[in-house]
Design a protein around this ligand. Structure first.
Ligand SMILES: Nc1ncnc2c1ncn2[C@@H]1O[C@H](COP(=O)(O)OP(=O)(O)O[C@H]2O[C@H](CO)[C@@H](O)[C@H](O)[C@H]2O)[C@@H](O)[C@H]1O
Length: 485
């Protein structure tokens, strides 16, 4: 198998959320099953900064290339780096006009940027990587690649042989734009059709990915089922049902080398199951760093994530007045929608010694929060997989989740008598249900310390390695390739 993995975010080059973690880790695990594997991403400004500051190798491998169909006649060049500590090449596609913003998703005309990138990837493959026989695509930004392949390039001797696997990391982001994007992208006008890319008078990129890829998957089994219902389908449930025979769910894993309390360089005290005292030293460091009273007995309840509706921020905001009545400390780290950021900042002034609101992106602080907290909130409205709950468990921090999508597949309700389970949760999307789930955890934390220790150990013993999921991806690749013969 000769695979190119295409993603808009790849950790540690450019990260906004969980997509970067997956794109920066999964390739390491599928590598052993493949002949050739590389990653292709845009050369965002932030990637350039990270490569320079971290001293990664960078060389130009191609210049003056052009996309074949796109109406923008800018040329692009391609740079090569490597996924750190591996021999996996990362190809970065550079164009000054389109990748000029500081952050990954800042460019105002994303439809121009993503279509240009998609067609440029194809042109680069045809010219420099013609042995490629499978493209693993991720999210709406890359969803038109299979559309180009099955329309404009269906008779091309190299490109027509390429199979596609398309992973949906989040159905909530679809890439919906006015119909004139088809002519800008150089795609045929007949795609403006209900059986193709048309979507309520617009063009929907994700719909293109769903209909034109050989195989589709999402990042947990439960979410793969949920998105075929009206409640979670974001108006694409019907389209997903049409592709039901080719739709799979594969749970994400955790990079056990990077997300490891025994070796993590971002935390002051490394620890393991055998040495949990150090976890509580991290708790004191965390409290100190955020200006909260330093006390290792007070339960610290945290949230890290994008501050958007998906993550259940409204439920957290609803209960903060009640939660702060209790002897707890609450820490929030994230960035996102302004209305939520503003609302959270207002709470900060009310409850200074119980609450720490941090509106920023800060990887080092995130690791200290995973390590130094007792409980980790993920009351998501929907959650394709979720990584925070798995990271927190690695550090003995107990997830409190809404049982939906990947959260339902990775968190099991703790039962103190039987000593089974690794977290706590609730089902209905109601703030009172979230509050009750937190109270269940606090009850055990305060009144049954032996049980609390057990749930901490159960969480740390949970297995979220990528090995099994990587094997499942290989099966999907084989299925996709079988469609080409
Ligand atoms: N302010 C901040 N500072 C530092 N770090 C921060 C941060 N905000 C977020 N992060 C980090 O970003 C990652 C978020 O990952 P998630 O999987 O939880 O969410 P996301 O919704 O972005 O991903 C989508 O894609 C992934 C990958 O498939 C799915 O797991 C998920 O369900 C889906 O919504 C974690 O590594 C977290 O620590």
């Amino acid at each position: 198998m000769n695979i190119s993995f295409v993603s808009y975010e790849v950790d540690p080059f450019a990260k906004v959320g969980g997509l970067a973690d997956v794109a920066g880790t999964l390739p390491k695990y599928i590598k052993k099953y493949t002949d050739q594997l590389n990653i292709i991403m845009p050369f965002h400004k932030v990637a350039e900064k990270n490569i320079k500051s971290k001293g990664y190798l960078l060389e130009k491998v191609a210049e003056n290339l052009y996309p074949f169909s796109h109406s923008f006649k800018y040329s692009f060049s391609v740079f090569k780096s490597f996924l750190p500590d591996t021999d996996i090449p990362v190809y970065l596609i550079k164009n000054e006009e389109l990748f000029s913003t500081d952050d990954v998703y800042e460019y105002p005309h994303k439809e121009h940027q993503t279509t240009y990138f998609s067609d440029a990837v194809i042109s680069f493959i045809k010219n420099y990587l013609p042995e490629t026989n499978l493209l693993h695509l991720n999210d709406w930004q890359t969803a038109l690649i299979p559309v180009y392949l099955k329309t404009n390039y269906r008779d091309d001797d190299v490109l027509s042989k390429i199979a596609t696997v398309f992973t949906i990391h989040n159905l909530g982001y679809q890439g919906i734009f006015p119909p004139d994007i088809l002519s800008i992208a150089g795609l045929p006008g007949y795609l403006y059709n209900i059986d193709a890319l048309e979507f309520f008078g617009q063009i929907n990129f994700l719909k293109g990915g769903i209909l034109f890829s050989d195989i589709i998957n999402t990042v947990s089994k439960t979410y793969a089922e949920e998105i075929q219902t009206e409640e979670y389908g974001y108006k694409l449930d019907g389209v997903l049902k049409v592709r039901n025979n080719d739709l799979y769910g594969i749970i994400n894993g955790v990079d056990y080398e990077k997300i490891n309390p025994e070796t993590d360089k971002n935390i002051p005290y490394n620890f393991s199951k055998e040495n949990l005292e150090n976890k509580y030293k991290n708790k004191l460091s965390l409290q100190k760093e955020l200006g909260l009273p330093e006390n290792k007995n007070i339960p610290v309840i945290s949230f890290i994530g994008r501050i958007v509706e998906q993550k259940g921020i409204d439920l957290i905001a609803d209960i903060l007045d009640y939660l702060t009545l209790l002897d707890v400390q609450v820490i929030i780290l994230g960035t996102g929608e302004e209305r939520f950021e503003k609302q959270l900042k207002e709470f900060q002034n009310k409850y200074n010694n119980r609450l720490s609101i941090n509106i920023r992106f800060d990887i080092k602080l995130a690791q200290l929060i995973y390590a130094g907290s007792d409980m980790f909130l993920m009351p998501s409205r929907y959650e394709p997989c979720g990584l925070g709950q798995m990271y927190s468990m690695r550090y003995g921090t107990i997830p409190i989740v809404r049982y939906t999508g990947g959260l339902a597949d990775t968190v099991k309700e703790f039962n103190c008598e039987k000593n089974i389970g690794n977290g706590f949760g609730f089902y209905n999307y109601h703030s009172s249900d979230l509050l009750v789930a937190i109270l269940k955890a606090l009850n055990i934390y305060y009144r049954k310390p032996e049980c609390w220790k057990n749930v901490v150990l159960n969480a740390m013993n949970s297995n979220f390695s990528w090995d099994k999921s990587a094997e499942e991806y290989i099966h999907l690749y084989k299925r996709a390739l079988a469609k080409k013969v």
